[in-house]
Design a protein around this ligand. Structure first.
Ligand SMILES: Cc1cc2nc3c(=O)[nH]c(=O)nc-3n(C[C@H](O)[C@H](O)[C@H](O)COP(=O)(O)OP(=O)(O)OC[C@H]3O[C@@H](n4cnc5c(N)ncnc54)[C@H](O)[C@@H]3O)c2cc1C
Length: 343
């Protein structure tokens, strides 16, 4: 960040009498503005991995963490599938390690600060943060992730991580041999149910409607998996349990019949919302808001702006794939800046 030289205030005092103050204020503002070769928006595995690579490539990255420093893994007790941790690792500890690694190579990290607005129409790009920062950047890496949608029940919040999850691939293994439930009627719910059916003796699939929205092929898979029981027109009223989940109260929304079902985990699979609202009408995205990147790269529709992690991935949504695309984004940004003669 450029700081205002002391002599500038002296000149300001002299010439401020002659020139309109507004011009001087503008110059001061410009001098005080941050500039970086690489602005990274987001602090999940994608953002921090991009920062590690960008910092080691002398790009002096500036990273804004947003309001969820560390991203989705901060609410995860055990991450057992990230390579390099044979005993598994607490999600928050893993993210603290990633942050420390990014800082070690000189990334400037703005903790808890959200980028509210961007202008990618001209280079250098500009961004405005909710702490008042205005920053210009030669390249931008978008790593804003996606948020799982939840049912909104108080019991769901209370039992989060001790039986309630939004990721079967991540947490299903902890419930192998147990009876579990999946909530949802789309492709994700159908996929999660068939995945869990390989680990668990019985999977209850609670579907709000009397049909599945999932693709035909996924519907067939659900139908042909004998240990998946589909409960049509069914909604969870409450998830039960103290130290861990031990059941659910459900209601049939047509007959109003209520039921108690004993089970040990509930996987909520009602969709994800990519955190990409500030890029609407700027970056290409699909109908649900996932950013569109050129195949095999992290290039967006704007040269110099790259996207990685869950913000552009509705298929894999894993920490390791987010980190992998974070690495790609930093390498793509570095090549872009080198071609421009910036670094
Ligand atoms: C309950 C749960 C358990 C999981 N368990 C596992 C697991 O065991 N193994 C695994 O591999 N994966 C797991 N996942 C998936 C994994 O967490 C995600 O795939 C991964 O975190 C995606 O990383 P990301 O960097 O793309 O985004 P995220 O982790 O979602 O991080 C996004 C970041 O962007 C920031 N941000 C958003 N908007 C802005 C903005 N405007 N300005 C600045 N910053 C912004 C947020 O504050 C956040 O820091 C789990 C997910 C959940 C929900």
């Amino acid at each position: 960040m450029a700081s205002v030289p002391f002599y500038f205030y002296f000149i300001y005092c002299i010439f401020g009498l002659i020139l309109p103050k507004i011009i001087f204020k503008r110059i001061l503002l410009i001098l005080d503005m941050k500039h970086t070769h690489c602005l990274i928006i987001g602090s999940g595995p994608a953002g921090y991995t991009a920062a590690i690579y960008a910092a080691r490539a002398n790009m002096s990255p500036v990273l804004y963490t947003g309001h969820e420093p560390g991203g989705q893994l901060m609410i995860t007790n055990d991450v057992e599938n990230f390579p390099g941790y044979p005993q598994g690792v607490n999600g928050a500890m893993m993210m603290a390690d990633l942050q420390a690694q990014a800082e070690r190579f000189g990334t400037e990290i703005n903790l808890g600060v959200l980028i509210e607005r961007v202008d990618f129409s001209v280079r250098p790009f500009r961004a405005w943060a909710d702490n008042g920062d205005e920053i210009t950047a030669d390249s931008v890496i978008v790593a804003t992730g996606a948020s799982a949608k939840w049912l909104g029940l108080p019991s769901e919040k209370r039992l989060m991580n001790i039986g309630v999850s939004a990721c079967a691939v991540c947490d299903g293994f902890f419930y192998r041999g147990k009876e579990v439930a999946v909530v949802g009627g789309g492709d994700t719910a159908a996929e999660e149910a068939t995945y869990l059916a390989k680990l668990c003796p019985k999977v209850h699939l609670f579907v709000r409607k009397d049909y599945l929205r999932a693709s035909k092929i996924m519907q067939e898979r659900v139908k042909n998996t004998p240990n998946i029981e589909v409960h049509w027109n069914t909604e969870i009223q409450e998830i039960l349990g103290g130290e861990h989940v031990d059941g659910v109260h459900v209601i049939n929304n047509q007959t109003q019949e209520k039921k108690h079902i004993a089970l040990e985990a509930v996987f909520v699979a009602i969709g994800h919302q990519p955190n990409t609202q500030i890029f609407k009408n700027i970056l290409d995205m699909d109908e649900t808001g996932y950013l569109i990147t050129k195949p095999g790269s992290t290039y967006t529709n704007i040269d110099g702006v790259f996207a990685c992690g869950d913000a552009q991935d509705k298929i894999y949504r894993q920490a390791i794939t987010a980190a992998g695309t974070g690495c790609m984004a930093a390498l793509d940004a570095e090549r872009f800046l080198a071609a421009q003669g910036v670094i």
